[in-house]
Design a protein around this ligand. Structure first.
Ligand SMILES: *[C@@H]1O[C@H](CO)[C@@H](O)[C@H](O)[C@H]1NC(C)=O
Ligand SMILES: *[C@@H]1O[C@H](CO)[C@@H](O)[C@H](O)[C@H]1NC(C)=O
Ligand SMILES: *[C@@H]1O[C@H](CO)[C@@H](O)[C@H](O)[C@H]1NC(C)=O
Ligand SMILES: *[C@@H]1O[C@H](CO)[C@@H](O)[C@H](O)[C@H]1NC(C)=O
Length: 489
């Protein structure tokens, strides 16, 4: 029996390769080999790119091709602050084996020569520079004066500042501990200078969270106060709860932190570097409406439309012409339900208000990415699309086996004859449905995780809320009868 097939996407990554010619030009990326890996951590922090061999032409790996120059530029910008390095796994296999490198490129962060974290964020120059700058220096910056404080909080990200009395202070120690744990995500500073907290309404010791100045508005406080007991978990909770405010600027960097909410996002030509005023013009229009609805469990955000262009198109079917130059508005719920505002955004906020009223009244039609519903077809394997998923797969009377596949996935093609054969063998039983859906062209309902193709679920009759994923070992369960046939040699 074959084991569960690995993700096709992962296999593609394994083929990533770069020609050495790219590295030959003057470069600030340090090249590390097995022989010198352990002796080369000169700086406090270094980010090491471990990359694969050179046996495939560059054209085969679009991602590596795009990434290499970004990494070079990031290295140049970080010179003197952090070191970016790379290892070629084809010639330095010992190092790559030691660090368990399985796919390329893999990025790991080393602090003082020790592995500290896996870098799994944006593979862009900006993303890497931003992250590494945050990693260097102390986890909590010491502030000595009002000028220090003003300079620290004048930043594009929020700032967390602890105010403590001078002298040995266990609370300060706890604060620093928390800062070193949470530094990957937030910016910390502290001070023992008397009177600084008072400038922001803090009378005794405590922690203040300053939202980024560019996002300050009349609709909410730009400073939040915490005076409870300090440890990593209380501080983390306080920050998480307050860091975003009513309407944060969501980017590819911070979007993960906004997951798990019902989120409305307004997309427009937001650009806080070139046009802060224009960026806040629309944000304030959103905020004005948001404050009226914020108690109802929906979160709000603004974003740069260009940054999320692909997603708007693929997930919401919105293209460049939609919105007529005004903000585009979408809602994505934590269950993955999607809505988009079809009416044009009006500066008075009335269109947005109507959209929200319809949303809360359940009057909006969900947007479903779906292939057209196929004509009735007597073939034994049913073709399911997003629009018929509910009707066919969630039919309470039927035992359904649903295969989620991708058209480009070789494993899926190999499985096809077997899958058809299974459908044929079971075709006599009207209570059984064997089905498949192209998971790249249709939305997958929540409850169905897909982490590789094909992914197969058994959805038992009358237990539709409990789809069972095919996994090695499932033969031992009640479903053995399906999978046993499916994977018979
Ligand atoms: C904040 O920083 C910007 C540059 O990043 C500077 O132009 C501005 O004057 C600073 N504002 C304050 C209040 O220090
Ligand atoms: C804190 O206390 C130390 C030693 O007791 C002293 O040298 C320092 O000036 C004090 N700092 C402030 C800001 O009062
Ligand atoms: C942190 O402080 C809170 C409140 O005092 C307490 O309930 C919690 O157990 C503490 N957590 C740790 C890890 O010390
Ligand atoms: C039925 O579907 C199968 C597989 O999708 C396809 O090969 C076949 O041509 C279809 N038949 C009709 C009559 O549409």
């Amino acid at each position: 029996l074959p084991t569960m097939v690995p993700s096709c996407a992962l296999l593609l990554l394994r083929l990533c390769a770069l020609p050495s010619a790219l590295a030959a030009a003057a470069s600030d990326v340090l090249v590390l080999r097995d022989s010198d890996f352990d002796n080369s951590f000169v700086g406090e922090v270094s980010l090491t790119l471990l990359r694969c061999s050179l046996f495939l032409p560059l054209a085969r790996c679009a991602h590596c091709q795009k990434f290499a120059p970004e990494y070079e530029r990031a290295a140049t910008r970080l010179k003197g602050t952090a070191i970016l390095a790379k290892v070629d796994c084809s010639t330095s296999s010992k190092t790559c084996k030691r660090f368990g490198i399985k796919r390329y490129p893999t990025l790991k962060v080393f602090r003082n020569g020790k592995e500290f974290a896996i870098y799994d964020r944006s593979h862009s120059e900006e993303g890497i520079v931003h992250y590494m700058q945050k990693q260097t220096g102390p986890s909590s910056v010491v502030l000595h004066s009002k000028e220090d404080l003003d300079a620290f909080i004048n930043h594009s990200d929020a700032s967390v500042v602890g105010f403590f009395p001078n002298g040995s202070n266990t609370h300060l120690v706890e604060f620093q501990k928390a800062a070193s744990t949470l530094r990957e995500n937030y910016r910390f500073a502290h001070t023992v200078e008397p009177g600084l907290g008072l400038l922001h309404g803090l009378e005794a010791e405590g922690v203040l969270l300053f939202r980024p100045p560019r996002l300050s508005s009349i609709f909410e406080e730009s400073v939040k106060k915490y005076t409870g007991p300090i440890n990593t978990s209380t501080l983390r909770r306080f920050i998480k709860h307050n860091i975003f405010g009513i309407c944060p600027h969501v980017t590819k960097e911070n979007r993960e932190k906004l997951k798990g909410r019902d989120l409305l996002t307004a997309y427009y030509d937001l650009d806080y570097v070139r046009d802060p005023k224009g960026s806040n013009y629309w944000r304030n229009r959103v905020l004005k409406v948001a404050v009226q609805f914020q108690s109802r469990g929906l979160s709000f955000a603004v974003a740069n439309r260009r940054e999320f262009e692909r997603e708007l198109e693929e997930d919401f079917g919105l293209d460049q012409l939609d919105g007529g130059g005004f903000p585009l508005v979408t809602i994505r719920t934590r269950e993955g339900h999607k809505y988009s505002m079809r009416e044009e955004f009006t500066p008075d906020g009335k269109a947005l208000t109507r959209f929200l009223e319809d949303y809360f009244a359940g009057r909006l039609k969900r947007y479903l990415k779906s292939q057209p519903v196929p004509e009735y077809n007597k073939s034994l394997v049913q073709t399911v699309v997003a629009e018929t998923f509910e009707e066919i797969v969630s039919d309470p009377e039927k035992d359904v086996l649903i295969q989620l596949y991708a058209p480009w996935c070789g494993h899926c093609k190999n499985l096809e004859p077997k899958y058809n054969e299974l459908a044929e063998q079971l075709s006599g039983d009207p209570s059984i449905v064997i089905a498949r859906m192209d998971a790249t062209a249709n939305d997958i309902p929540s409850g169905y995780d897909v982490d590789g193709f094909p992914t197969i679920y058994f959805v038992p009759a009358r237990k539709k809320h409990k789809p069972v994923k095919y996994e090695v070992g499932i033969y031992l369960t009640q479903q053995s009868y399906f999978f046993g046939i499916l994977y018979m040699p």
